[in-house]
Ligand binder design. Structure first.
Ligand SMILES: C[N+](C)(C)CCCC[C@H](N)C(=O)O
Length: 282
């Protein structure tokens, strides 16, 4: 289906932005977005921007089904109105928020291992397949998963999962509130929002939720990288405190600009697919 293709295309085009974000959050060698992009391009070529992309592409269908499925069904339980009745009897924002939080909470567990592997691969700065140079620590996503399992145990695959859950529970609530709020604002009562409205509301929902999620996103990424060589942080709180001590409060907004640029198109397409699927099957 064209929407699935567009969704995958959105992820592919958004991935370079994600890689720059992850590097800015976890490495100290870059002075900013442009410096980071130039260095990646020089040392690793264009391919450097696409490291760690295969697992997000492969897992997005599952992760998004959990997210939107749990959200939609929790809303069904809370409001006792079906998808079709929802336009005539719109659910309250409290219900939308609670359903979003539930979806975010459960989605975080499915996402955690895939996200960890993505972050580990994105942070490998070795140029790809250079004869003579030492190979990178992880050869690919499956090798990365197996190595983490071997070196850090099964729990190693869930490193940073707690921070990820805290990041996503309230911010997925914000995600759906922003989306619904904007749709209602620009749609005549009782009607379905137009495609243009869905795209714009979805885009802004992505930005709003990612801005709110950024402080814990930084901590999550740092926790995921911890344990690679030796443990630096005792836990999430220790990570927060030492990050602020060393880099100031600004550390909580590392990567927010580039991530917002990514979030708009990716989430515009995500919500368009969601609305189409609801109208066909709902
Ligand atoms: C809640 N939080 C902002 C973390 C995520 C919201 C949805 C994320 C979406 N799959 C994307 O990749 O942008």
């Amino acid at each position: 289906h064209p929407l699935v293709t567009t969704g995958a295309l959105g992820l592919v085009l958004g991935h370079p932005f994600d890689t720059v974000k992850v590097r800015l959050q976890t490495q100290t060698t870059y002075r900013g977005i442009v410096d980071c992009m130039v260095k990646i391009y020089r040392h690793e070529s264009l391919l450097g921007f696409f490291k760690g992309m295969s697992f997000p592409i492969a897992s997005t269908a599952v992760v998004n089904s959990v997210l939107f499925g749990v959200y939609s069904n929790t809303l069904l339980v809370l409001t006792a109105t079906s998808h079709q009745e929802r336009r005539a009897q719109p659910p309250s924002y409290t219900h939308i928020f609670l359903a979003g939080c539930t979806g975010g909470f459960l989605q975080a567990y499915c996402l955690a291992p895939f996200d960890l592997i993505k972050v580990r691969l994105q942070n490998q700065t070795e140029p790809r397949a250079q004869p003579g140079s030492p190979p990178p620590r992880y050869q690919g996503p499956v090798h990365c998963a197996a190595s983490i399992f071997r070196e850090e145990g099964p729990r190693g695959l869930f490193r940073g999962a707690w921070a990820l859950t805290l990041r996503d529970t309230p911010t997925v609530g914000i995600y759906f509130i922003t989306y619904e709020g904007l749709c209602r604002q620009y749609t005549p009562e009782g009607q379905n929002p137009s495609s243009a409205t869905v795209l714009v509301a979805g885009g802004f929902a992505g930005i709003a939720s990612w801005v709110a999620a950024t402080p814990l996103d930084v901590i999550k990424s740092r926790m995921q990288m911890d344990g690679l060589r030796r443990r630096v942080y005792q836990g999430m709180l220790d990570c927060m405190v030492s990050s602020v001590r060393q880099e100031g409060l600004g550390v909580f907004f590392r990567g927010v600009t580039i991530n917002s640029a990514r979030a708009f198109p990716v989430n515009a397409v995500t919500f368009l697919s969601y609305e189409y699927l609801l109208r066909w099957w709902g």
